[in-house]
Design a protein around this ligand. Sequence first.
Ligand code: SAM
Length: 305
Amino acid sequence: MEIYKDHLFVEMYSENEGHLHGFKQVLVAGSTDFQQVEIVDTHEYGRCLLLDGKMQSSQADEYIYHEFLVQPALFMHPNPKRVLIIGGGEGATLREVLRHPQVEQVEMLEIDAKVLDFAKKYLSEWHQGAFADPRTRLIVGDGRKYIEKSQTQYDVIIIDVSDPGSEGPAYLLYTRQFYQSIARRLNPQGIISLQAGSSSVVYGEIMASIYQTLKRIFPVVCGFEASIPSFDLPWGFCVATFGINPKTLTAAAIDEQINQRGVSGLRAYDGETHEGLFRITKALREVLDTQGRVIEDKRPIYTPL
Ligand code: SAM
């Protein structure tokens, strides 16, 4: 976290642009084996988790990010029972998956045990007890290594890892080789959902490259974006499948499924929102189609900072 002046810190997106946040107190500031971790109480967004100086989620708007990362994928699947989450240290992605009574088991694989300890202590609004749910199997380890060894088949795999920083632990979780391993671990009706970095037209290369890379492996790939105010920049997500297409699901069908499956407590996602999410702008379609390249282990991609 870069202090700008008294009680203001700045999150830089590139050498030339950043966002200033006023803060009241710093609860955690330190390094783990993998990254710099900060938990800060800000004026506008409440409590925030930052990793390597980058906003991961804020108390005020984390529900938008986590519902959009999880709910479209779970409702696209006709009967999701077995789910894998890679990353997601706050426990909010897990919380969203556990809203679905028919989910029988969720494995969550997080590389940084200290992030989990901090989340348990300071981010209870995020996880809301999800780590203690009997359906949860929490594993500390590297998502890439785990998926390459795993023999399990999943209905939904959610990748909620940090952006691909050149020195961070996540950049090998954005490559064609990684998505190939994920595809092997999905059932035929399986779905992968992931956060894809900013969808801004000026930083579109990363999201477009993730999209292009997924397209090398999955027949159906849809990118979408949302406004998550604490991130400042518009934020991108992708879902990919072997055939199921989120654009064919109507608002009425999603609302009916929300009721039938007994999923409650959603604040950002419903049928109308689902339809809107997958009607993306012409500008984003152009970014996805033109700004990317296939990401390879030998040629990874890194965020500007
Ligand atoms: N919302 C986020 C964002 O905007 O980037 C992602 C949030 S979540 C806190 C990211 C988590 O991914 C972190 O807790 C980090 O430790 C975890 N992570 C990073 N690399 C990983 C890896 N190789 N395997 C498993 N977890 C990883």
